[in-house]
Write a new protein. Structure first.
Length: 316
């Protein structure tokens, strides 16, 4: 009996990427031709784009039957897009790539070789440099990874990309994590499996502009911290205990000072500063609890992570 050709699924999240899609398509076709012993499917996720992204995907789908697309009813974010791609994929091996070619398709053959011959379940990529990135963003990114690795039991690799090749078994494990607030870099580590890391120099976008502002990256970092560690809650509790002790000692000192010197009024400017400082700490700790409470609230609603408006099946 003839052995069935193995299928590789390439998932490509897109949001207003009309300029980059044709360039990416030409590049991935070159790599696919080098891996002629495998079948391919290219799953483009149109995450509520407002430009000609969907029109281009429809055109590619008619021209090349390997091209599939999933078009969302609105913009749900990259995390939802990646989950949709994983759930719609059919491949024995599945990879996630950015359409802007910051994830070099040329690495795919070596990634596949590590899985086939190296006994790995996943081959992931990380940047060893942040060339072309604003220095302030690079600094905070490095600080984030140092911070989360100290707080979380799940290892987060500095410079890790979403670009990785996975076996079907690992993909199914990631899909089984149904949380609404998703942080895929953490989920990939959480599900385990043997992972090989490949390093490469940072590649700048081939076309278009990044959709990740500093503020969005900051919120995404908070998402990762809240999703994979409860240490901030412990820190807020510890801070409360410490300040209670400090307040108790301060009361004792003031009482003794008043009895001995008889001047309880002096020092009110410093007292006002202390009150403001303590109030700030209280609000900070309340904000930490609010982050966890808000995630619990969103999870409890059981809303769908994404809603599909149409796929290539509607274009036949």
């Amino acid at each position: 009996m003839k052995k069935t050709t193995e299928l590789i699924s390439v998932i490509v999240p897109c949001y207003n990427e009309e300029e980059a899609i044709p360039i990416f398509y030409n590049e991935i076709i070159k790599i696919s031709n080098k891996l002629s012993e495998y079948d391919f499917e290219y799953i483009f996720i149109n995450d509520g784009s407002k430009d000609k992204t969907l029109k281009i995907l429809k055109s590619l789908s008619k021209k090349d039957k390997r091209v599939r697309y999933v078009s969302m009813s609105r913009n749900f974010g990259k995390e939802a897009g990646m989950l949709a791609g994983l759930e719609y994929s059919k491949g024995d091996y599945v990879t996630i790539m950015d359409v802007d070619l910051q994830d070099p398709p040329s690495l795919l053959p070596s990634m596949l070789n590590y899985i086939k011959n190296g006994g790995y379940d996943s081959v992931a990529t990380r940047r060893v440099s942040r060339k072309g990135e604003p220095p302030i963003r690079s600094f905070f990114a490095r600080m984030f990874y140092k911070l989360i690795n100290k707080m979380s039991k799940i290892e987060m690799v500095d410079g890790a990309r979403d670009y990785r090749l996975m076996t079907r078994q690992m993909v199914d494990a990631v899909i089984s994590c149904k949380e609404y607030n998703r942080y895929s870099k953490g989920l990939f580590s959480f599900v385990g499996f043997n992972t090989k890391w490949i390093e490469y120099e940072n590649v700048e976008r081939i076309a278009g502009e990044t959709k990740w502002s500093f503020w969005k990256l900051f919120l995404y970092a908070i998402e990762g911290i809240v999703a994979f560690t409860t240490i901030p809650l412990a820190i807020s509790t510890l801070m409360g205990i410490v300040f209670c002790l400090v307040a108790f000692i301060a009361v004792v000192v003031i009482l003794i000072k008043t009895l001995l010197i008889g001047d309880p009024v002096s020092g009110w400017p410093s007292l006002a500063c202390i009150i403001l400082f303590c109030s700030g700490i209280q609000l900070f700790c309340l904000g930490i609890m609010g982050q966890y409470l808000s995630r619990t609230y969103l999870e409890s609603k059981k809303r769908p992570i994404y809603i599909v408006k149409e796929t290539e099946e509607n274009n036949k």
